[in-house]
Design a protein around this ligand. Structure first.
Ligand code: SRM
Ligand code: SF4
Length: 587
């Protein structure tokens, strides 16, 4: 069968839409994601958009938000929330040219309050964009060949790819495949072009009748009218780096090379991070490796795996609609057999591979072709101009002279890639002038830290994250210093809620927000992203967190075995039990 067509043999097509979740009806009735977005954008009564259009806008890569720092004050003044928009770019593999960087930077200054946010999936976000500026922003991005399609919403999200310019041949091949997968899996509706670029709807286009999913759908041959049950994430890892956290992806590809040449990929399915506190039926899950395919089979595998989730994912309960739950409900073997059936061939046995880290090696490295690459530490991915730290200006100055490319990393950092040796001094001068290379001296824990956006823009945040983690780490640094652990790479990740946007459940130390100033504390994640962690303390404040860290890091310094990682130690020492499967995360 052709998995790209929505003609699966097993889904009950007679199930009426009203028996499914309300978002399914909303998608089906949206006229392929058009909704009334154009009317909402022109509404003079409010600065926001309707609730339905807000949901549809996600498929166009943007979210309506309001500044939570001033929400209560505006409520007191009987004003509507200060609505603005977050805009996320589609940037497979996180690669941008200097020209694109300059365009992205210019838009941040004009429409994004002089701030750019590097995300945990290798792209940029603007915050605080006013509704009337969205169209200009998207059109100017288009001029540099960037769009925001499917950056959010129930579809295939930003496709990740390992950034390891040290292995340039394989990196560029994997990047090319990741880009192809992104272009292939992105939705096809011309609603995006009509609304944002004011393009005419192609002549002769039929208005398809409303039903759950049209079998022969001209607008969306793969997705149909109801798109995916939930977001679907794809990533490509190139061992030994697991920077993309391949086990957290719905569909992960692990590159297999032979004699320096890309041969194919091991395929991993069913990863995901999000959970909800006090809802034990929700849990993070690490992907299972189900076999091997040759490199030219990647796109058919994307189709087959996504079509299985499209057809069997839960469309009644969004909290249970991610692929990880479909995989657990049906069983890995059943899902694998269904994928193979749709592919028309079986996976080969998985090839051996080894990951060593999920962090970024910082500083300069020389690639196989003699060009040099410098990975910069950008704390929590936030690029702004602060007194003494003009990071946004610094990156702009780099983009003005750099001749290679920039790579956004999955750890919210940036690589200045492909620098000819003779150009390095000029780059280094810019780094020095703008305080961009000043990570030497920072603890290895800080350099392996990540925090999600959280307050003030994220509607779901329950506690601070990006604005708090740097200060907390300064306090943890004192504990590290007291125990001689400053140079010890330990991963620490913080999120403002349990949704897991900084992939906290695979960090050696993690904090997820419960309420202002209160966090769950976790230990025991795998250093290269291979193991989930386990909750150690629930709903605690800074004092308890520092006390727990003092005790456990102290024990680690004293009792660890040579080369033992902190996460491994936490399990061996019985500080937390090992979580062998996501399903048992909450036990
Ligand atoms: Fe996320 C929702 C930010 C990566 C799991 N995420 C959100 C929203 C859009 C909040 C909302 O729904 O109102 C956040 C916007 C905050 C803001 O103000 O910008 C948000 N997520 C982010 C980013 C920007 C965090 C960051 O600091 O970098 C990351 C953008 C990535 C990108 O470029 O596409 C981001 N989010 C992730 C990841 C990590 C990953 O994909 O590698 C995860 C965990 C992996 C996963 O999906 O399982 C993640 N975000 C979630 C979830 C929980 C989803 C779930 O099914 O369990 C939500 C809530 C939801 O979808 O209902 C969420
Ligand atoms: Fe917002 Fe929660 Fe994601 Fe942080 S983890 S960005 S608080 S949804």
């Amino acid at each position: 069968m052709d998995p790209h067509k929505d003609t699966d043999r097993s889904r009950d097509r007679s199930q009426p839409l009203e028996n499914l979740g309300p978002d399914e009806t909303m998608k089906a009735e949206s006229n392929y994601l058009r909704g009334t977005i154009e009317q909402s954008l022109a509404d003079e009564v409010t600065a926001g958009v309707t609730e339905t259009d807000n949901k549809l806008l996600k498929f166009h890569g943007m979210y309506q938000q309001d500044d939570r720092d001033i929400r209560d004050e505006r409520r007191r003044q009987k004003l509507e929330p200060e609505y603005t928009f977050m805009v996320r770019l589609r940037l497979p593999g996180g690669v941008v040219s200097p020209g694109q960087w300059l365009a992205i930077d210019d838009l941040a200054r004009r429409f994004g309050r002089d701030s750019l946010r590097l995300t945990t999936r290798q792209t940029f976000q603007y915050h605080y964009v006013d509704r009337q500026n969205l169209q200009t922003l998207l059109n100017e991005l288009r001029e540099v060949l960037i769009d925001t399609k499917a950056a959010c919403g129930d579809d295939s999200r930003g496709v990740m790819a390992t950034v390891n310019p040290n292995l340039s041949a394989i990196h560029s091949q994997v990047y090319a495949i990741a880009s192809e997968a992104s272009d292939h899996a992105v939705h096809r509706t011309t609603g995006y072009e009509e609304i944002w670029y004011q393009e005419e709807r192609p002549a002769g286009e039929k208005k398809a009748p409303l039903k759950q999913v049209a079998a022969e759908d001209e607008q969306e041959p793969f997705y149909g009218k109801t798109y995916m049950p939930r977001k679907f994430k794809i990533g490509f890892a190139v061992p030994p780096s697991n920077d993309i956290d391949v086990y957290s992806q719905d569909l992960g590809f692990i590159a297999v090379a032979e004699d320096g040449e890309l041969k194919g990929f091991n395929v991993a399915i069913g990863g995901g991070m999000g959970r909800t506190d006090r809802a034990p039926e929700t849990y993070p899950r690490l992907a299972d490796v189900i076999g091997y395919v040759d490199a030219d089979q990647v796109i058919p595998v994307v189709d087959a795996v996504m079509s299985v989730q499209r057809d069997f994912g839960d469309r009644t309960n969004r909290a249970h609609a991610r692929f990880k739950y479909t995989v657990d409900d049906k069983g890995v073997d059943w899902i694998k057999a269904e994928i193979e059936h749709r592919l028309g061939f079986d996976f080969g046995p998985a090839s051996p591979f080894e990951f060593t880290s999920n962090g970024d090696p910082l500083g300069w490295v020389k690639g196989e072709d003699g060009r040099e690459h410098c990975t910069l530490f950008i704390q929590n991915g936030r690029l702004t101009n602060q007194p003494g730290k003009p990071l946004l200006d610094g990156m702009k100055a780099l983009a003005e002279i750099h001749k290679g490319s920039f790579l956004c990393t999955p750890n919210q950092n940036v690589i200045i890639a492909d620098v000819e040796p003779e150009d390095r001094p000029a780059i280094e001068a810019v780094l020095k002038e703008h305080g961009l290379g000043e990570f030497e001296g920072a603890s290895a824990l800080r350099l392996n830290s990540m925090a999600c956006v959280a307050f003030p823009t994220c509607a779901l945040a329950m506690a601070e994250s990006e604005r708090y983690l740097p200060d907390l780490i300064t306090k943890v640094d004192a504990i590290l210093d007291a125990n001689g652990l400053r140079e010890e790479p330990i991963t620490i990740r913080m999120t403002g809620c349990p949704n897991g946007c900084a992939r906290p459940y695979i960090a050696e130390i993690a904090l997820t927000g419960r309420a202002p100033g209160k966090y769950n504390l976790y230990f025991g994640g795998g250093f290269h992203g291979q193991r989930l962690n386990k909750m150690y303390l629930e709903n605690v404040g800074e004092e308890a967190i520092l006390e727990a860290l003092e005790e456990t890091l102290g024990r680690y310094a004293e009792e660890r075995e040579p080369d033992e990682r902190f996460g491994d130690f936490a399990i061996r020492a019985g500080i937390v039990p090992e979580v062998k499967e996501g399903r048992f995360f909450n036990d």
